[in-house]
Design a protein around this ligand. Structure first.
Ligand code: NAP
Length: 252
C-alpha cells in the first residue's frame, strides 16, 4: 500500500503521545483522524496542525461511551469507507500508588473501562472498516506496567510501580491482542494486531506535568512514539501478536 492510501485513526489523539503519533503519521503522508472525547480539543489540535501545513481530521470519540464509539464508526464508514490502521492509544490510570489490598472496586472498574473494555469496543466497531482495507493493522498502546515478568524483576524500571487496576487492564489488553491476532490469522484476514510499550514518557499521563515526569526519568515523546511509528509505517505488515518497545520484545 502507498502511504497516501493509508487511513489511520488514533484514539486519544488530541494530546500527549496520541497527538505526536497523529502528527508524525500525517507528516509521512497518511490520512490521519484524531479521536477525541472532547471534540473541541480534537478540533483545536487539528487546527494547529493544519496551520503547520498538515491535513488531519477530528472525530468525537469517547472510548468508554458505546454510543460515541458507534457514531464514530458510522461517520468514518460514510466519510472514508475503510480504515487501514487503528491505533488504540487512549488510556488513563486511576489508581497509581494504591495498595492492592485497599484499591476500591470503583477505581478498578474505571481503569478497565478505558484501558480494556473501551479498547475492545473501539476495535470491534472499527473491524468492518478494517476488513475493507487491502491490509490493515491494529496497534494497542500497552505498557511494560502490564508485564507480570517485569513486575517480578527487581532490575526492571517498573519493579516498584504499583497501580494494580491499570496494570491488570493493560495485561488484559495484551491477552486481547494475542487472541485477536490469532483469530485474524485463523481466518486468513490481512489484519495484524500488536501491542506496544512506549516506555516512561514525559506527557501529562497520571496527572503529572511533563516536567515532573522528566525529573523522574521519563523520556521525550519523540522516543515514546518511535516503535509505534515504525509499526504504523511498516507496509510488509508481518509482525503479529507481538509486544515490543524500541529495544525489542517485551516479556508478556
Ligand atoms: N506516559 C507514559 O509514561 C506511558 C507509559 C506507558 C504507556 N502509556 C500509554 O500510552 C497511551 C498514551 O498516554 P499519554 O502518555 O500520551 O497520556 P496523556 O497525555 O494523559 O493522554 C491520554 C489521552 O487519552 C485520552 N483519553 C483518556 N480517556 C479517554 C476516553 N475515555 N476516551 C477517549 N480518550 C480518552 C485523553 O483525552 P483527554 O484529553 O480528553 O483527557 C488523552 O488524549 C496510554 O494508553 C497510556 O496508558 C503511557
Amino acid at each position: 500500500m502507498k502511504n497516501d492510501s493509508v487511513i489511520t485513526l488514533v484514539t486519544g489523539g488530541n494530546r500527549g503521545m496520541g497527538l505526536a503519533i497523529a502528527k508524525s503519521l500525517a507528516t509521512s503522508g497518511q490520512k490521519v483522524i484524531i479521536g477525541s472525547r472532547n471534540l473541541d480539543n480534537g478540533l483545536a489540535a487539528v487546527e494547529k496542525l493544519n496551520s503547520e501545513g498538515l491535513k488531519l481530521d477530528a472525530i468525537q470519540l469517547d472510548v468508554t461511551d458505546s454510543t460515541s464509539v458507534t457514531a464514530a464508526a458510522h461517520t468514518l464508514a460514510k466519510k472514508y469507507g475503510y480504515l487501514t490502521t487503528l491505533i488504540n492509544n487512549a488510556g488513563s490510570v486511576f489508581d497509581f500508588g494504591m495498595e492492592p489490598s485497599q484499591i476500591s472496586q470503583e477505581l478498578l472498574r474505571k481503569d478497565f473501562e478505558v484501558n480494556y473494555f473501551g479498547l475492545i469496543d473501539v476495535t470491534q466497531k472499527m473491524m468492518p472498516l478494517l476488513k475493507k482495507a487491502p491490509q490493515a493493522k491494529i496497534i494497542n498502546i500497552s505498557s511494560m506496567m502490564g508485564s507480570k515478568t517485569e513486575a517480578l524483576n527487581p532490575q526492571s524500571e517498573v519493579y516498584r510501580a504499583v497501580a494494580v487496576g491499570y496494570q491488570s487492564a493493560k495485561a488484559a489488553a495484551n491477552m486481547f491482542t494475542v487472541q485477536l491476532a490469532k483469530e485474524m490469522s485463523r481466518n486468513n484476514l490481512p489484519i495484524t494486531v500488536n501491542a506496544i510499550d512506549p516506555g516512561m514518557v514525559a506527557t501529562e499521563f497520571g496527572g503529572a506535568t511533563p516536567e515532573q515526569a522528566r525529573e523522574m526519568g521519563a523520556k521525550p515523546i519523540t522516543v515514546g512514539i518511535k516503535r509505534t511509528i515504525a509499526l504504523a509505517t511498516d507496509f510488509e505488515n508481518k509482525d503479529n501478536a507481538t509486544f515490543t518497545n524500541i529495544n525489542g520484545p517485551v516479556a508478556w
